[in-house]
Design a protein around this ligand. Structure first.
Ligand code: PLP
Length: 624
């Protein structure tokens, strides 16, 4: 558990059992209903679904919704807040139907609503929502159709808030409202001067794409007043960015938004909602810091700081406390999905044993290399490292000019890697190690080839260097003896993971176990429920993975509540405009021509065509 930092990043939902299996704890923390993830994986395979599999644990989603809502409610009670809290799940964070349905199901006891950022998301929300006590927030670029849909939702009795993101939207909303005879509920997205650091910082600040600056806010108020519709303006909204690691940035944004809220009240608007957008971060690396993959605050602190900041600002002005809305997405869904995948093969970085004696015709550079290796001691590690690199480069240079042959070059490389491995070994005994020597564990790490696609399943690991906890899900009572980086099965040199979580920053390799011939070695990438599924792409035509959802029951047993087969080869081909039927027929003709030309027999044709057809029907990942 120490090695992989499980207690730090798991949010209480995962732990390691004495038998070395990774367990999932449905309610987090003290829960005696722990279920072994390898047992679930066995069940998945027994159902005929191959790895990789995205495993969702419904209970975790349920628990996260409860934590967010109850922590806000509790903080409000403790601080004497006179408003209330409403959550709105932003569909963009994970749009899968099952996810949105589960959120509305488990969120109904808190009237947890939805946020839509496009027409398609709004349609998904309108078709899913039933609870009229929750809010439906409409963000994003809006055309007439989008606005009309939102207005119809209002007519049906939903609190559907159309957020004005750009100045031109307001006249259009007002015009459509008149046309449809609907009274709009309006929000206004403001551009804050406060800006967060991090990957998504530009969602806030003066240069943010969306939102009105103060001058535009004033113009909007004037237009609404002129139309006698200022009453419709009920919400102030902002979104600072996602994964805000630093609580001070969250606090200062809330305080600034409160000043705008106060300004609107003073202008005569009856604003009752204050929507803080998303940003509640997930501590992926467990460092509890303001690193990009972490956060330096707890949910409790997040809620308390927000409420305190709102109360401080509004109480001074004698203004009623608003209903606070947050559009937390990442924090709700990240924990509940785990990507499970198997290791297919290993490329080792262990040099072959060296010959007892160097061949006679060896150039002097190879002799020098051998002398460096023989003279290696704990006291001359850095010097030997410099020397061996120098001679290795000289040997390569000589090879380039045809002075040494292929065998001699291979021998030089072999001596080089043997020396590097020994230096790495000996450097472990040093108290202070230079950065170059510290990096050798990474340089010497093996490559574990894994059955998944980084681009499809962990796109943020590739695109923005996001760290996810990745570790074996079994054999955790055995000492890992290998340092490895992971390669996926795309043939892209970026299809790898060579940065792993570490409390102090980033680790460049992952301690893993040797593969054995009998059992499959399974790894899990944890906390992948937010953003990864829909940002994933079809690089190398590796498609959606199989998805399995489980629910852990009160008696500690689990049941499969949903299985969704991943894309077949035919599916992914059709996404890129092929017609699988046409492809099949065309291939059949090619095989027929081969029969006619006498290259294959009719029997062989049958086998080949059958293999092609089975390939079309098959999973896009490696199948055993
Ligand atoms: N609200 C808006 C307007 C967003 O753009 C986003 C995503 O960046 C979110 C909410 C969700 O943010 P998070 O996942 O950090 O909670």
């Amino acid at each position: 558990a120490e090695l992989y930092g499980v207690p730090e990043w798991s949010g209480g939902y995962f732990s390691i059992a004495a038998n070395g299996e990774m367990m999932v704890l449905p309610a987090g923390g003290a829960d005696n209903r722990a279920v072994s993830i390898s047992k679930v994986a066995e069940g998945v395979k027994a159902r005929g679904l191959d790895m990789p599999v995205l495993l969702r644990v419904e209970n975790i989603l349920d628990a996260q919704i409860a934590i967010l809502n109850e922590t806000f409610q509790q903080a409000m009670t403790e601080l004497g807040y006179r408003g209330s809290f409403l959550g709105a799940y932003p569909i963009k964070v994970n749009q899968q139907q099952q996810v949105v349905e589960q959120i509305t199901h488990y969120g109904s006891r808190y009237h947890h609503g939805l946020e839509a950022g496009s027409k398609a998301e709004l349609i998904a929300a309108m078709g899913t929502m039933r609870d009229r006590k929750s809010v439906l927030i409409c963000n994003g670029y809006k055309d007439e159709e989008f606005i009309d849909l939102g207005l119809y939702a209002t007519k049906l009795g939903f609190t559907c808030i159309l957020v004005v993101e750009r100045p031109d939207e307001l006249p259009l909303i007002l015009e459509r409202s008149k046309q449809l005879g609907a009274t709009p509920i309006l929000g206004i997205r403001i551009k804050l001067a406060s800006q967060a650091t991090g990957h998504w910082a530009e969602s806030g600040g003066d240069r943010s794409i969306f939102g009105l600056d103060t001058n535009q806010v004033i113009k909007a108020i004037d237009l609404l007043t002129a139309e006698d519709m200022l009453d419709c303006l009920q919400m102030v909204h902002y979104h600072l960015g996602s994964q805000i690691s630093n609580i001070r940035e969250i606090r200062s944004a809330v305080s600034e938004a409160c000043r705008v809220f106060i300004g609107l009240v003073r202008e005569g608007a009856r604003v009752t909602y204050l929507d803080l957008g998303g940003g509640l971060a997930v501590d992926y690396d467990g460092s509890q810091s303001n690193f990009l993959s972490s956060r330096n605050y707890s949910i409790n602190e997040y809620c308390t700081d927000i409420i305190e900041a709102v109360m401080t600002s509004l109480d001074e002005e004698g203004i009623d406390h608003p209903i606070i809305i947050t559009e937390s997405g990442r924090a709700l869904v990240a924990y509940y999905s785990i990507l499970l995948f198997n290791v297919l093969d290993v490329a080792r970085f262990r040099p072959d044993p060296l010959p007892e004696q160097l061949p006679e015709d060896c150039p002097s550079q190879i002799h020098y290399m051998m002398e460096t290796l023989d003279g290696l001691t704990i006291r001359n590690l850095q010097e030997s490292f410099n020397d061996i690199l120098f001679y290795r480069d000289e040997a390569r240079h000589l090879f380039h000019h045809g002075t040494i042959n292929l065998r001699q070059r291979a021998l030089a490389e072999q001596i080089f890697w043997t020396t590097i491995a020994r230096i790495a070994e000996l450097s472990k005994e040093l108290k202070h190690i230079t950065p170059e020597l510290a990096d050798l564990d990474r340089v010497l790490s093996d490559i574990y080839y894994c059955n998944f696609s980084v681009f499809q399943s962990l796109p943020d690991a590739w695109a923005i260097g996001q760290l996810f906890p990745i570790m074996p899900i079994h054999r955790l009572n055995e000492e890992p003896t290998v340092n490895a980086v992971l390669a996926d099965i795309t043939c892209d040199c970026d299809g790898k993971i060579d940065q792993f979580i570490d409390r102090r920053g980033v680790r460049r390799y992952l301690p893993l176990h040797e593969l054995n011939n009998t059992d499959e070695y399974l790894l899990g990438a944890f906390l992948v429920g937010a953003y990864q599924e829909t940002l994933g792409d079809l690089h190398n035509l590796l498609g959606d993975t199989n998805v399995v959802t489980i629910r852990i029951m009160d008696n500690g047993e689990f049941e499969f509540v949903n299985e969704l087969e991943g894309d077949t080869v035919a599916d992914v081909l059709s996404y890129v405009e092929y017609d699988p039927k046409h492809l099949f027929n065309s291939f059949r003709k090619t095989a027929e021509r081969a029969v006619r030309a006498g290259r294959i027999s009719p029997q062989e044709r049958k086998e080949i065509v059958q293999a092609f057809e089975a390939g079309l029907r098959g999973y896009t990942y490696f199948e055993r």
